[in-house]
Write a protein that binds this ligand. Structure first.
Ligand code: SF4
Length: 341
């Protein structure tokens, strides 16, 4: 594997490589018309030959892809060079824009009760190349006149448990693609120390953050998300106010994700409690997610979802309901589990 990145290898091969050459190499890696080192015409033949021999063009091998019945979603099973498997998803939204869902770890240690990935446990963090190469992979899969508009870092793994690699990968994507900062969302279960790090980290990109809340009752939240600490809800409220104060004027939308599970967190009372919690913090959007079946829970009926959303709207909270995509190929949120059948 893997801890040594492509850039580390290149710099060890060419210790005196000038910065602009490294820049040319990164530019070529994101150029969808180039598929191997031989075609990187900005580099000398000798450099190209050495790279060809010593540095793989990509860190991921595509083992399989499948498409949803309506062709809106594609899922890829990608293999790392140490033969571990991750899944990555491409989705077309109603405006015909492509969004990709990127994984950040092989498996996940967080053990969320509603999530197939959580059942796998954690094998390891993905390195910068393995995160970036999911973006490059999907770029290579769409037509020449199409582009990826959005990235959601919501695939396998908890991104903030792989903080440095996720941050560095996103910075590379921002630098070498035309995907803008407000088009990238990192979703976290809420790793408070890392969220605090974001507040002061000059290298953290000004992208959007989504925190998976799922309940404002500490016991229910702990049941759903075993990583939840006893003080999480207070810690999140304090952090969110600071985050909004620090970045709120820079279009740093903060979203709380709320996965509706029948009989668990979808009651009127829960909606009212959620409304009160969000009102105390301020300008936070709530995104209601409908459960994608992974076997352990049921999603609520549509009327229940509508009623839940109305309570929030009546409390002047900005509410969205995320369209679920790719359920028939187990590519929707919470369904990624290293298998494509
Ligand atoms: S929901 Fe996210 S953080 Fe929770 S187990 Fe699944 S992949 Fe991990």
């Amino acid at each position: 594997m893997t801890s040594k990145t492509r850039q580390d290898t290149i710099l060890s091969l060419f210790p005196d490589l000038q910065k602009f050459r490294l820049d040319q190499i990164q530019t070529a890696l994101f150029d969808t018309s180039i598929h191997n080192w031989e075609k990187v015409s900005t580099l000398s033949k000798t450099v190209r030959q050495t790279l060809d021999e010593k540095v793989p063009w990509t860190s991921l091998r595509c083992a399989k892809t499948i498409k949803s019945k309506d062709y809106s979603t594609r899922k890829a099973l990608l293999q790392t060079d140490d033969m571990l498997a991750i899944e990555s998803v491409l989705m077309k939204n109603t405006r015909d824009q492509w969004t990709i869902c990127v994984s950040t770890q092989v498996g996940c240690a967080m053990g969320c009760a509603f999530c197939a990935t959580g059942k796998l446990g954690l094998s390891r963090n993905l390195n910068v190349d393995e995160i970036v190469d999911q973006v490059r992979f999907w770029q290579s899969q769409i037509k020449d006149d199409e582009r990826i508009s959005n990235i959601v870092v919501m695939g396998m793994g908890e991104p903030l448990m792989n903080y440095d690699n996720v941050r560095d990968a996103i910075n590379l994507v921002l630098k070498y693609t035309d995907i803008g900062k407000t088009r990238i969302t990192v979703s976290t279960v809420g790793i408070v120390p890392r969220m605090q790090q974001i507040l002061t980290d000059p290298l953290w990109p000004h992208i959007r953050l989504a925190v998976s809340l799922h309940s404002v009752d500490p016991i229910t939240r702990k049941r759903l998300m075993p990583s939840s600490t006893p003080t999480f809800l207070e810690d999140l409220a304090t952090w969110a106010k600071e985050y909004l104060e620090t970045f709120g004027n820079r279009r740093h939308h903060l979203t709380f994700e709320y996965l509706l599970l029948e009989g668990v967190n979808d009651s009127e009372e829960e909606a009212k409690k959620l409304a009160r919690y969000v009102q105390k913090i301020g300008n936070v959007k709530v995104n209601l997610l409908i459960y994608n079946n992974t076997g352990d829970f049921n999603g609520p009926r549509t009327e229940k979802v509508v009623a839940f959303a109305e309570i929030l709207q009546n409390a002047n909270i900005d509410v969205t309901r995320r369209r679920s995509m790719g359920q028939d190929i187990l590519a929707a949120c919470g369904q990624l589990a290293q298998k494509i059948s």
